[in-house]
Write a protein that binds this ligand. Sequence first.
Ligand code: ADP
Ligand code: ZN
Length: 723
Amino acid sequence: MIAEVIVDIAHSDVDKIFDYECGEEIEAGMRVTVPFGRSAATGFVMRLKEKSDFPADKLKRIYRAEEDYPALTAESLILAQKIVARYRVPMALVLRLFLPAEMRTGKVSERYRSFAKIAEGAAPVFSRAAKKQEAAFAYLSEHGETDAAILRERFGGAVNALAEKGYIAIEKRRVLRDPYRGVEGEKISRALTPAQRLAVKTIEETDKTVTLLHGVTGSGKTEIYLTLIAEQLRKGKSAIFLVPEISLTPQMLSQLRARFGESAAILHSGLSAGERFDEWCRLREGTAKIAIGARSAIFAPVENVGAIIIDEEHDGSYSSESAPRYNTADIAKLRAAYNGCKLILGSATPSVETYRLAKEGEYQLITLPDRINRRPMPDVVIADMRREVRRGNASAFSSQLRERLEKCLSEGNQAIVFLNRRGYSQTVVCRTCGYVAKCEHCDVALTYHSEEDCLKCHYCGTRYHMLSACPECGGTHINYVGTGTQRVVGELKKLYPKARILRMDNDTTSGKEGHFRILKEFGEHRADILVGTQMVAKGHDFPSVTLVGILDADMSLHFADYRSGERTFQLITQVAGRSGRAEARGEVVLQTYDPDNYILRFAANYDYNGFYEYEIGMRAALAFPPFAKIVRVMATGTDERETLDALREVYGKLQEIYGKYPEKFLFFNKMHAPIKRIQNKFRYQVLMRLTDGTPLKEIYDACADVKRKNAMVYIEENPSNLS
Ligand code: ADP
Ligand code: ZN
């Protein structure tokens, strides 16, 4: 037989099929070691065939298979080809997505244990001196196959003696680590509410592949997902359940564990390399049928998929930030098409793009407007921070928030204080009137560049002078440094010396373990106030939380990004959703320098539709996605000349495409990336705004052809970050 092999080297020079001779034992999808150049390389068997076009004496033979099973499923191989065609990246790079990193590096150790059982046809006669042996034999006859270590603990050397005599057989077998041993949860089985039941029924019966489940926070979406998954399991099918990493809270883990036991493989970054590898193996061999995890779990090796669920579909973590820069929902759609199964996107705050498709009938839309048991949404109070400043309150807390914090603590409830730190430091805000410096052409906030002491627009590159006074009110309290969590905790400690306060941000949470520990502690009510940044916003269900304070609600509103309004709405809704989830009524205090802002008003009223209509109108007027596509081609490299040279070549090719469809280009410009150098790599870019995706394929082709030793070129579509 002949095997078509892709060598596992992610370089465009070797990104092609090589033919090798092979024996019967080789199957498509296997990892193999092959002679390559003057040494050896690992590779992937893409296909088997009878004959090669190469002369037989030129063909080399595969050395060996790395595993005795194909690591890549038939579906993975097909999917990989589609991804390569779409994103124009080397095949090896794409195939790696389907495998645990530990498998390729060979660094993970497989774990073995020995098991003892009665040898076939054994009819031992024991001498009187061999009491222990007799007892051990009797034990095995009664209990059947037993872990040899346990047996040795009880019967010592007698075990080996029995084995030597051939009365028992000891066999070494691979065992898979179980990272969730000891994770227990009570199995809660609840009857679905009528709304949940209807949602499940609609999903099962719709002839549309994709369903958007738009349900307010606390409307019971999770229960719907779990029901759908259980139903697929019952049919003998498998399922993929994606959640943003942070949502894998202790509660969620134990709930999944209690519900699905070992049928669920939960892949998250808190696992050790060995554990992750073993969870992957359980999915590959089919003992586990539900793959649960963050973005990368969309590549899980499950077969016969019956449902794919993407929870919090709007979450930014579903876009990959390294090559291939895929969008998780796009891959999910490919898998749904291959398996003929349903894809469910769930969110309380769907992305504008997704919601538009649902409204236009492309997706099935299901709306859950009420919380479970009609629990009310928390009341939102908007606190005008300009007034606080005028009144001489220089602290991080408004009087409204302080008042409610006192009440919350005195009643023995818990509070979350949320800081919106991202994007703050670079945006310029007047502390007196709330004015934010924006681009005249793009209506997005400008970003401060300290090296040049100027403001820049990340969408069109226009430069502005740094402000010394506010153009609106003349005030000189111009601010571009945020309040840190540390300062907030300090202030809280002074105000409430008895309160137990936890802080959660990137500094306090070394690794995901840290997250987990803090959330667990807070969840067990061993603290009264949780102070944190973005990571406290999502998915948690803490019943004793009755107050959420959002310290600077508008800070992400002015992030230099066309999606900042959407992000802010999502963030506020998510954070607010942490309050009042159980019996006690919840409250939210939203502090802002811009209290009349539409986005904040919509968020405070839980008015998603109002927000959507407003936002989609803005996007249409300004020709932002989904009415246009922003495409950035980036050249980066440590050698500035080579990087620039690569970009020039790309630019030349892109100009030809531009010439071919000028009407498709709203914007086309070559420039320095806003941040010129990151980690010693120079960055040059071509920024385009297209009316639609027509020229995309040619753009990808053009970029794939540009090759440099010390620089790489990549493409981003509607990037979430234009710095
Ligand atoms: P969402 O994912 O939409 O934010 P959850 O699934 O977390 O909502 O549900 C909110 C709360 O309602 C949770 O505490 C959950 O345990 C509870 N819940 C969900 N479904 C039911 C049900 N059918 N009966 C009773 N309680 C439920
Ligand atoms: Zn601009």
